[in-house]
Ligand binder design. Structure first.
Ligand SMILES: [Zn+2]
Ligand SMILES: [Zn+2]
Length: 424
């Protein structure tokens, strides 16, 4: 099975070897790390990448010196697949790596598997010796991998599906040819693939890993203060001038945000993306439209016809059930607390889900809300969502014995599933 529906402890997590851009000291970090403080020189860095990260495994030291190395691409995806059926929205956790090669030659390892977990990855560097094979696009790779799922599963094709990702990267794995056989360059062990035959190396389209990873100094561009952030946080904070930043290309870009005032220093600030979007061809622009399409048990008030509709999504990783629950609850309640541009001393949950994924989740939110679902679902599949405004909003949740509670939303998040592993 390609889709390992895992318990938390079985989740695959790769390690990546980095170097401090200031002093060159090595730093082995998790694959989701985006901000780090060098253990030697204490310099702070944000790790920035255009699009997705491109990693590679090193060629075994035992590989013959004169061999010609071919790096084959694998897509790495960790996230949740939401499948929208006529009967409702289903979800499953996915933690996969899949060979991104056309035709998917059968004798080449289809996934990187658990064995590679023990080895650290490196950033794919342009000056690496060898050939890099251009990856098949992610969707085509995943579609091919779906063919490997059982017929029983296939008979239940959803009307549409969305993959909301937590981790998305490309990993190159080295291979070389020995006695007409393709050899796994990590293990230095021949695969069953004959070359040529099972794989025609000369026909593969090549590329170079050009879009390099950039390290940006973790210093506030506005005031020069040290930025703070959790290792996996997409957003870093300047606690001096109360600004939030996100790495974009080779610079830091300011993030539009607002905080609802916490009533108590113990309240935990939970981040959400608040999105306004055009949804062609669906005419859903006002809150009244949502109440009607969702068949909500409310009488449409005249002022709701002009009340702009916002979609919300958690800006952090959370279990699918809670993710969907929050999305729908926020859409129904449409909270509109006064917001301030001030980072209080409270604990702020790190932002670990990008806004692009939140935009993608709008379709799922709609599929959980509209009634009757069968009338709307085919239309939702073709919906084109264009965000017109995105703001990061922190809402204070009150800690209770077993959960965190938001009064206006009347929503609780279990303490066990909200890992308060760090502050913003
Ligand atoms: Zn350093
Ligand atoms: Zn600042």
């Amino acid at each position: 099975m390609l889709f390992s529906v895992t318990s938390a402890e079985r989740k695959i997590s790769f390690r990546v070897e980095h170097q401090c851009p200031q002093c060159g000291a090595p730093a082995t970090l998790g694959e989701d790390t985006l901000f780090f403080v060098c253990g030697f020189c204490r310099v702070r860095s944000c790790i920035s990448q255009k699009g997705f990260f491109r990693y590679m495994f090193s060629l075994s030291k035992d590989a013959p010196r004169e061999c010609e190395v071919v790096y084959l691409p694998y897509w790495r995806f960790k996230g949740v697949r939401y499948a929208c059926h006529l009967t409702g929205v289903e979800h499953r956790f996915m933690d996969i790596s899949a060979l991104a090669l056309k035709g998917h030659p059968v004798h080449i390892p289809f996934s990187l598997g658990l064995r590679s977990q023990a080895l650290p990855l490196k950033l794919a560097a342009n000056d690496t010796r060898g050939k890099f094979v251009r990856p098949l696009e992610f969707k085509a790779t995943i579609m091919a991998s779906d063919k490997r799922t059982s017929a029983a599963q296939k008979s239940r094709e959803p009307v549409f599906k969305e993959d909301i990702g937590e981790t998305f990267s490309l990993i190159y794995s080295p291979f070389y040819i020995r006695n007409n056989r393709l050899v796994d360059g990590i293990l230095n062990k021949a695969t069953r693939a004959m070359v040529p035959g099972d794989l025609d190396i000369t026909s593969l389209s090549l590329c170079r890993p050009e879009k390099e990873t950039v390290f940006i100094p973790g210093i506030c561009p506005s005031c020069g203060w040290d930025l703070d952030g959790h290792l996996d946080s997409l957003v870093v904070v300047c606690k001096n001038c109360h600004t939030l930043w996100r790495a974009r290309g080779s610079r830091l870009a300011k993030i539009k945000y607002g905080c609802a005032r916490p009533e108590h220093p113990d309240h935990v600030m939970v981040p959400f993306w608040k999105i306004k979007a055009e949804m062609a061809p669906l005419a859903m622009a006002s809150y009244a439209d949502l109440v009607r399409m969702g068949n909500l048990p409310k009488v449409v008030q005249p002022e709701w016809e002009d009340q702009a509709l916002f979609f919300w999504a958690p800006a952090f990783k959370i279990r699918p059930r809670t993710f969907l629950g929050l999305n729908t609850r926020l859409a129904i309640v449409q909270p509109d607390p006064p917001l301030e541009k001030k980072i209080h001393g409270n604990v702020h949950l790190p932002v670990t889900l990008p806004s692009s994924e939140a935009v993608q989740s709008i379709k799922i939110t709609l599929a959980s809300l509209v009634r009757p679902l069968k009338n709307f679902l085919p239309g939702l599949a073709d919906l084109r969502i264009r965000p017109t405004s995105i703001t990061l909003v922190f809402l204070p949740f009150e800690p209770r014995h077993h959960d965190y509670f938001h009064r206006e939303l009347n929503f609780t998040i279990n303490k066990n599933i909200l890992a308060l592993s760090g502050n913003l």
